[in-house]
Design a protein. Sequence first.
Length: 349
Amino acid sequence: MKLIYLTKYPINEGDTLESVAKKLNIQTEYLKEVHNAKAGFWDKIRNSFPKHLTEIYVYSDVLEEQSPKKEVQKEIGSNLFPMRFYTQKTYGYTLENYEGDLLKNKIQYEVDAVYKKNDYNFKIIEINRKQVYVNHKMPEVAVEQLLDKIAQNMFPIALRISDTGEIKGIANHTEIKERWLANKDELTNYYKKEQSDTIIQKADLYFNNENTLLGMLSKNWFFNLFFKPIYAHYPEKKEIQYTAKVPFLSNRLVEYEITQTLKDLYTMSGKVIIDHIAKTIDHRTVKEVLQDKMVLEKDRPNIQLIQSEGNVQYKLNSTDNSIFSILGTFSTKMSNEKINKIQVEIYQQ
């Protein structure tokens, strides 16, 4: 298997962005994307080569014969964990909830992520969520505003992340709890309603107990997908299987069997591709899931169990193996024969 790597290509007098791209038989946008991912700020290519630039970064195969795909190194598996990215990365998050072909609601926000430090066997990654928009609007109803203000107390949240990429704990839980206690009375006084009191009491349970707060994170599509074990060791066939719980209608969890594959191909810009196929193995009905019932009996031949499947594709940055994008779709057959579909998009900005 041929090794593909970044190398430097000299820029000669009279060379232009267009002429070099033509000479290498690649598109100008591809040339810019590969170079800019590695280059420093002043060396990045905008509309043309900077005057001082004497060389550009290219993949080694373009110097021989341009290939539309890049081969993954065979031993890449156990070395996939992202390198430290001290510069903050910003991600755009979009969730669309469909009933059949009808879009029921759309949630959008931005998330800042930064690799803070190592803590024994864990990596500390801090997440800070920005303003939430529901159907392109800020929360307008009083209850929605209260829920949004309560959630803001959770951020920034510093997470202990394992080598495989999974959440194992909250490094700043004490700080989050203190932040909540400092703001709780103000929210209680402002939203003086019986329903508000119930919501704030539930928030107390979440903020005061780290495990309960972790459970809430697992029901959030961003945290659930962003911190899947995509950095696990991949055997020679580059495929692993495991079980995991995934959100269902945003307030419940359903168990799936996951088949995760490290693809043999890079994208045109050198990004690693990981495909993630999910099929439910939960032995409850849709109604039982919605009621959060625990069912011990697995063999129930006359019962229609929940039917759901998902497809997710991860793309990792070629420079540091951090997540560049996550595109996922989960479809569930409801009891009324309609299909509930969740589409999630997470893109580095």
